[in-house]
Design a binder for this molecule. Sequence first.
Ligand code: NOJ
Ligand code: NOJ
Length: 436
Amino acid sequence: MMRGNILLVAVCLAVLPFSAFAKQQKMAPAPWLEREFAFSLDKIFAHSAVPGMPVGSVIASPSRSDPDYFFHWIRDAALTMDTLVTLRERTKDAGEKARLLNRLFAYADFSRKNQATQTMTGLGEPKFNVDGTAFNGPWGRPQNDGPALRAIVFLRLADQLIAEGRIDLVRREFYNGTNASLIKMDLEYVSHHWQQASFDLWEEVLGDHFYTRMVQRRALLLGARLAARLGDDGAASWYRQQGAAVEKSIEQFWDPHKGYVRVTLGTRNDLNYKTSGLDIAVALGAIHGGMNDGFFDIHDMRVIKTIDRLVGVFRELYTINARGGVPGVAIGRYPEDRYGGTHFDGGNPWVLATLAVAEAYYHNARSRAAIEAGDEFVARVIYHANGDGTLSEQMHRDSGYMCSAENLTWNYGAVLTTTLARNDALVRVLGGSSSR
Ligand code: NOJ
Ligand code: NOJ
């Protein structure tokens, strides 16, 4: 473990010749994604049932130092558990459905425990120790995307269960009109706190964030619908009203002069080097918070323009993007990023950011060429991925080697959603039925 980490840091800092890296000629997305899909699902199951820890506690990464990601992050956990809801919706295999539901119920148990735990910022607390105790060290808190993302997971699951005729189960486990039920606690928090400044999904900037507001809006609108279905009418209209107010506030993030969606407004702290306002968080906000209604979803031209701009900027920014013979563009969080995993020695491209662009392309693809344009970004990740399928958080901007937290759980969730978006695009464009 130790040795692995030292190696990882060394690799992260060194600038290695690209020739040492001439490997993996096989960069075709389809076969890689096919294997990586199964691999990723296994990893998500393993990372949400760590030996000696409660099942349903989801580690962000097994890395315990440089960087220490051995925590249950509310955001990372929700984003990866959400993929299990999606898989459960798509599979016809009853055994698999049960296995997925089981893990989601364990995650629900752990989440209830998180909600009941005394923390420094209540439900806005960004992460917990893996055993469920509060993490009280210094951190960027609160992070108000967390409760919204967690609510979305269980709201989507509740919809599935209701469609299966199991409304009683939903009332018992997730929403019963009292503030103490799992979903309602989060919705109450979101509806009463969305105007409060919080830290962004990158845990650096205190302000009002497009990403956070997008997932808050989705949680509130889905929540209003569930509350109405369950006869909690007062709550339904309150969530609808607050959802509409969040929606109105989101319009302000579009900057018509710049021609892109700004990631943050009203910055309260002094991360003064983050100046452009360009951030892949906008694409992630559209993917995680979009409701397919044209409102800053992944089809919205304002989002597409922002992504185009980001791709252009990152293409110029990273050395590895200028190497010949390597497909696609490696994408980072934001151009001014400095976080390297352990040190602030220059930001790198990230796997989940690069996959987000691929996923955006797939969602918008109306032709084979458009799917192939998305494939370029997957091929880029394949090029830098480890041969054994493991994916670290970052790809070094000069050497291309995987660096920072190894086996990042969120990456595996991104592999699942990207693969599904690609399959859907293939069905849409070529006809026929998806393999998944
Ligand atoms: C760790 C966070 O996870 C990362 O996103 C951030 O850049 C650094 N801390 C600095 O705040
Ligand atoms: C740092 C990232 O910036 C943040 O988004 C994430 O939640 C944590 N790492 C854990 O993966």
